[in-house]
Design a protein around this ligand. Structure first.
Ligand code: ATP
Ligand code: MG
Length: 589
């Protein structure tokens, strides 16, 4: 595969993000990367969970038994009411009650319990109760319409669903008859619906006991079913096991640098894997206080939360960072963030511009990290004590073997040389590796080859061991004999003062095979004129060279995105070519 040309970072020299000990704040959990790689092993990480193998017990009951029961585990924020806190003691009792509810309803080990809920307390306590019951927890994003909900409930063979009365009426009642396996629907609050199988969660909880004896849980017992974001096609259901918690815990410690007194905020919804692995499990495993905001993104509100709640570790996504950038550095600076220590991002490539903007606006850079629904936890990261190379995803987690692999002429995989582009691959064996695509064994089998798990992402590794994202395999553009990754083009255009967001695609061309086309949204105060289009094309040519620069620019009011915030390049392309839009179940409304 031909080499790509890479944008060499943003306008600020890399050395400006070299970290001296004074930049660390608290001494980080991982100070010497090479030593950590040498010394780390999974059994020791597992031992730090106190011998608990059940996810629910390990993240809640363990803290109570070790004397931390009165600590606030979850703080729920809402624009409509004062914060509501749940301590570890309360979470233990409520999750026990829910585990008893499941037992009472005859839900068995391994059966699928779904939620269709916003970020409300019921989502968290039913997740934990389901894990204690050893059923499989599957959270659905509450803004899904009836069709994506039906597909996922059907695919996952849901036995029980917890939702709100309003969501039930709008999305479940019309499709209930099409889901013969769905035996019970529990409605939050006290309301019951006609028919014996739609019950009030509150009354069931009230009549259930607050003690629960968790049955023997084996490390490879199924625990979670997560659907992927559907960025490149139909979403897949990735199955994870109880042992995955060891990776959530280890990455919470090493990649997110969680310390016991942290106030932590993961902005992802548990309908996506980040919101469960890092919005529920990792912070609870560490016993930190974790914030949950019930509302959607709003720049001023988010900044208020970061400031007034004293957030110390913040885990968010590039789309939110770009929206905050659009709202402006001046707005960020109207508040102070005295406790904010560590900023991290996942989900899409993080443009160098955004990494550096973190430093400018919050006084701390964003730390990009890479993983997927399939990997269950962070695999490549920029660590707290490590120098950041803006635009790089960082280095593999201790305990994880990652490589860039290329296919040899005889069809086997070999590890690429430093600087060479290839597919990002992981050596199977980390605890949070998915164990199946639900009901799709062939698709699962096809992810593995020659002892590697193949991620479907193209990347390269530099000679110092930093990994650089290039493109999803499906998004890569072939133009005049060059392979162009949309990310490098997008990152450069993002540095133009008029640009808010960019999505880049390959548009079929009789001469070049594909030409690079950029779809751009503008910052406030800029108009989509022909002159600005010309200016952007010239800017791209100057920065990227003619072979890689976009040949066409189109202005849009907004880019199509998945509900988890990722730019849907396949949709930009389908619309450009007038082709069918494919699976749009995860398209943002
Ligand atoms: P689908 O598999 O259904 O197409 P998806 O891949 O977007 O959807 P997720 O598992 O939510 O579903 O996302 C994982 C993917 O997101 C990665 O494979 C990668 O393409 C992208 N990604 C995540 N983090 C990063 C990152 N830090 N840099 C670049 N890309 C990232
Ligand atoms: Mg994927």
């Amino acid at each position: 595969m031909a080499d790509l040309t890479f944008a060499k970072g943003g306008p600020v020299a890399q050395s400006e993000l070299s970290k001296a000990p004074r930049d660390w704040g608290l001494p980080p959990n991982l100070i010497d990367y090479e030593a950590a790689r040498r010394d780390f092993n999974w059994p020791s990480a597992q031992a730090e969970l106190g011998g608990f193998t059940n996810m629910g017990e390990a993240v809640v009951d363990r803290h109570v038994l070790e004397g931390r029961g009165t600590k606030v585990a979850l703080r729920f924020l809402s624009p409509d009411r004062p914060p509501r806190d749940l301590t570890f003691d309360q979470l233990m009792e409520l999750s026990n009650r829910f585990a008893n509810v499941l037992t009472h309803l005859g839900i068995l080990k391994g059966e699928r319990v779904f939620t269709l809920l916003g970020r409300v307390p019921e989502l968290y306590l039913t997740a934990l109760g389901t894990l204690k019951r050893r059923a499989v927890f599957c959270p659905l994003f509450s803004a899904f319409g009836p069709e994506p909900v039906r597909t996922r409930l059907g695919l996952g063979g849901a036995r029980l669903l917890i939702t709100t009365p309003a969501l039930f009426r709008r999305k479940i009642a019309p499709i209930r008859e099409q889901l013969p396996l769905l035996e019970f629907v529990l409605l939050t609050g006290w309301e019951e619906a006609p028919g014996a199988r739609t019950l009030a969660l509150e009354s069931l909880m009230q009549s259930a006991a607050g003690d629960f004896q968790v049955g023997p849980t084996f490390p490879d017992d199924p625990a979670l079913l997560h659907f992927t974001s559907g960025t490149t096609g139909t979403p897949k259901g990735a199955l994870h096991i109880h042992q995955a918690l060891v990776a959530h815990y280890a990455t919470g410690k090493l990649a997110l640098d969680l310390h016991p007194d942290d106030i932590y905020w993961c902005t992802a919804d548990p309908g996506w894997v980040t919101g469960t692995s890092y919005g529920i499990l990792a912070p609870l495993a560490h016993g930190v206080t974790s914030l949950v905001d019930e509302a959607d993104f709003d720049a001023r509100r988010w900044l208020d939360i970061l400031s007034t709640q004293g957030v110390s570790v913040w885990y968010t996504a590039p789309t939110a960072i770009r929206m905050l950038m659009k709202a402006g550095t001046a707005l960020v600076k109207t508040r102070t963030y005295p406790r904010l220590r560590f900023l991290a991002s996942v989900g899409e490539p993080l443009n160098p511009e955004a990494v550096l903007w973190g430093k400018e606006a919050f006084g701390r850079p964003f730390h990009d990290n890479w993983w997927q629904t399939e990997t269950g936890g962070i695999m490549v990261a920029n660590y707290a004590a490590m120098d950041i190379r803006p635009g790089s995803m960082g280095k593999p987690l201790p305990g994880v073997e990652a490589a860039i692999v290329v296919e040899t002429p005889d069809g086997h995989l070999s590890v690429a040389a430093a600087g060479q582009e290839g597919e990002l691959a992981l050596r199977p064996g980390w605890p949070s590796m998915f164990r199946a695509y639900w009901n799709e064994p062939k698709r699962y089998f096809n992810c593995f080859k020659d002892g590697w798990y193949l991620s479907g992402d193209l990347a390269r590794r530099d000679s110092d061991g930093y990994f650089w994202f290039v493109a999803r395999k499906d998004d890569v553009i072939k133009s005049s004999g060059h392979l162009v990754g949309p990310f490098e083009v997008e990152s450069v255009l993002m540095e133009h003062p008029a640009v808010a967001e960019v999505g880049v695609i390959g548009k079929p061309d009789p001469v070049a095979f594909e030409l690079v086309k950029a779809f751009v949204t503008l910052k406030d105060g800029y108009l989509p004129t022909e002159t600005l289009g010309e200016d952007l094309l010239g800017y791209g040519r100057k920065r990227l060279g003619a072979a890689v620069a976009p040949k066409e620019i189109a202005f849009l009011d907004k880019l199509p995105r998945t509900r988890s915030g990722k730019i849907l390049r396949r949709l930009l392309k389908a619309r450009e070519l007038g082709l069918p839009e494919g699976d749009t179940s995860t398209l943002e409304a």
